[in-house]
Design a binder for this molecule. Structure first.
Ligand SMILES: C[S@@+](CC[C@H](N)C(=O)[O-])C[C@H]1O[C@@H](n2cnc3c(N)ncnc32)[C@H](O)[C@@H]1O
Length: 579
């Protein structure tokens, strides 16, 4: 199966129903919590507000029913080795576990209740601060994909345990012996210490020794020789009572196996990765989940993708992915975020909105366009690209279809089509004619007066019916918004940087959602936003003297976008070059 990563706009229930059984390896979902608060409305566009009303028209039972039918679909599409991670908080976590996950996945497939410490301080009047979220981890069967992973110690742990420091860094002392006595080499006396006297034997820290002895041939070495080498390199110290210990540095430790209490992942509020909406989850959280329950090339699904943290992490970790959101804004922010992060290893992805971009369709590869339109029309594609009299497919009733990827189709196209139908299948042509049915369908963006008159003439004078279909009668099409960008020079600062104020003005019948800016635009690399969400279209940026390319994007409520590029020459003054 050739799989393309996808971002899909729509109610996840409908979209999930269309995904095949057992096709996904990992689902992470961070649905809106059951808080009935306006802060649950993040994006504020019509799609999201509809979903908010949907799940909050009743009490907790209603919310649980709303979520449960969606999780049931997720269960169906998970592979037998697949897992689900459901992110929630105190508002409904007890109900979600008992009423949804235990019932759909089974109590026996419960793996963990992960506690993620989201914040430190959270004052609440008359109660204790609520500082964690819950992530329920269930598997579809008893044989899930599972990888053990390690995490570096958190800062508090390091400071309380790695108390010593030398020029190599922070370290702690670890014993060089193991419990129980052994004979021979493992009980040799070294620097006055005989392990068996304390009921122990020498236990060499293998990784440390390998590191210190790198490049030395140590075959046949005794424990005493090895201890001498570590000692010479300053790795062994003696306690007051003469017991030898070795120094374990933080970097050599390799971390601890991750358990179900996650206190080492900071929330995004203060971090650079923050892209400006309230429920964004940290990428480190998603990377950890993805590493635990999937492998490279696996398919990760987030049906409440929001600003795209899951798919951004999946892309980084070379998993394939599907992201769904009901909000146009969420889908577009995710698309921009992925563009921003796209690297050499990134996989291509498609974005499916409710409406199709006219310009994109007009510029699509001709054969790809024909295939797409014939399928959307409910027809069957003609796989041959040549030698079929220009027929691109057949409608459900067998009549031929010709697709033109152009506007203003003329009279000659109609006449040629009629002749082609006659030659293509003479019998079918005659039968359609006799029954006064269309002999075929021509699909195009628009038809000129000549074509329409010719179809009328053929019908009236020759009893030949030809069906003309505009693309927008088959699929909804939207035009790009308009965008103009103006700028104002705000002078130089003390460091000699030039401050410029930009104002973007978008126009669209659908309404403008937001703007995004790329202040170091390189057309060869595509649009990589410096500012990802700007609701007002106003930005100020400082530039060094020299040439600069700036690109602004406007996104409307249909998800259509327009881009405007400016070339600026910045020295003693600011000059707009070209365009
Ligand atoms: C809590 S946010 C997810 C945040 C995300 N984890 C992140 O890090 O950016 C929940 C998202 O669910 C979306 N949503 C709500 N109801 C939905 C539905 N029925 N179908 C698809 N998406 C929905 C909202 O638009 C919102 O973007």
């Amino acid at each position: 199966m050739s799989f393309i990563n996808k971002l899909l706009l729509g109610d996840n229930l409908e979209i999930l129903k269309g995904l095949p059984d057992e096709s996904v390896d990992l689902v992470y979902l961070d649905p809106p919590f059951f808080s009935n608060r306006n802060y649950e409305v993040i994006w504020g566009d019509s799609g999201e507000v509809r979903s908010f009303q949907d799940r909050w028209s009743g009490g907790v039972d209603h919310y649980i029913a709303w979520l449960k039918e969606r999780v049931a679909e997720m269960h169906r599409i998970l592979k037998p080795t697949g897992s689900i991670f459901l992110h929630c908080d105190w508002h409904a976590n007890a109900y979600i576990r008992v009423e949804i996950l235990d019932k759909l996945f089974g109590y026996g497939n419960f793996r963990n209740e992960i506690i993620w410490k989201r914040t430190n301080a959270h004052n609440e009047e008359g109660q204790l601060g609520k500082i964690y979220d819950t992530i329920f981890y269930y598997s579809k069967t008893s044989r899930p994909n599972f990888n053990t992973i390690k995490s570096p110690y958190d800062v508090g742990y390091i400071d309380s345990f790695f108390k010593h420091e030398d020029n190599r860094g922070q370290y702690r002392l670890q014993v060089l012996t193991g419990a129980g006595t052994r004979n021979g080499d493992s009980d040799s006396e070294w620097n006055g210490y005989i392990p068996s006297k304390s009921g122990r034997h020498w236990a060499m820290p293998k990784k440390l020794f390998a590191k210190v002895a790198e490049g030395i041939d140590t075959t046949g070495w005794s424990i005493i020789q090895k201890l001498d080498l570590l000692f010479e390199h300053g790795h062994i110290v003696f306690t007051k009572n003469g017991t030898p210990n070795y120094k374990q540095y933080i970097d050599d430790h390799g971390g601890v196996q991750v358990n179900d209490l996650w206190t080492d992942i900071e929330n995004v509020s203060l971090k650079a990765e923050r892209i400006g909406y309230p429920t964004q989850k940290p990428i480190a959280l998603l990377e950890r989940i993805i590493k635990i329950a999937s492998n490279e090339g696996d398919i990760v699904l987030d049906p409440f993708v929001g600003g795209g943290t899951t798919v951004a992490a999946a892309d980084k970790l070379q998993r394939r992915w599907i992201g769904i959101d009901q909000s146009v804004q969420a889908v577009k922010v995710t698309e921009l975020r992925l563009n921003q992060q796209q690297a050499l290893f990134s996989q291509p992805f498609t974005v499916q909105l409710h409406k199709y971009d006219y310009d994109r369709l007009r510029n699509m590869d001709a054969f790809e366009f024909e295939q797409f339109i014939v399928t959307q029309f409910g027809g069957q594609v003609n796989k041959k690209q040549r030698g079929d009299l220009g027929m691109d497919g057949k409608a459900a009733d067998g009549r031929p279809i010709q697709v033109k990827r152009s506007d203003d189709i003329g009279r000659n196209v109609v006449d040629n089509f009629k002749a082609a139908c006659e030659r293509y299948d003479k019998k079918a042509y005659e039968a359609a004619k006799a029954e006064r049915r269309p002999i075929g369908t021509i699909i195009a963006f628009s038809f000129g007066k000549g074509a329409i008159q010719e179809v009328a003439r053929l019908k009236n004078q020759e009893d030949v019916f030809i069906d003309l279909k505009r693309v927008d009668e088959i699929i909804p099409i939207a035009q790009k918004p308009k965008l103009t960008v103006s700028l104002q020079d705000a002078g130089s600062d003390k460091k000699g940087l030039r401050e410029i104020a930009f104002a973007a003005l978008g126009e669209s019948p659908a309404g403008i959602e937001f703007y995004a800016w790329d202040f170091e635009h390189d057309p060869a690399k595509g649009f990589k936003p410096t500012v990802l969400i700007d609701k007002e279209g106003m930005q100020t940026f400082r530039f060094k003297p020299g040439m600069h390319t700036i690109a602004a994007k406007v996104i409307d409520n249909d998800g259509m976008e327009a881009i405007e590029t400016l070339r600026l020459k910045v020295n003693g003054e600011v000059t707009r070059v070209g365009g």
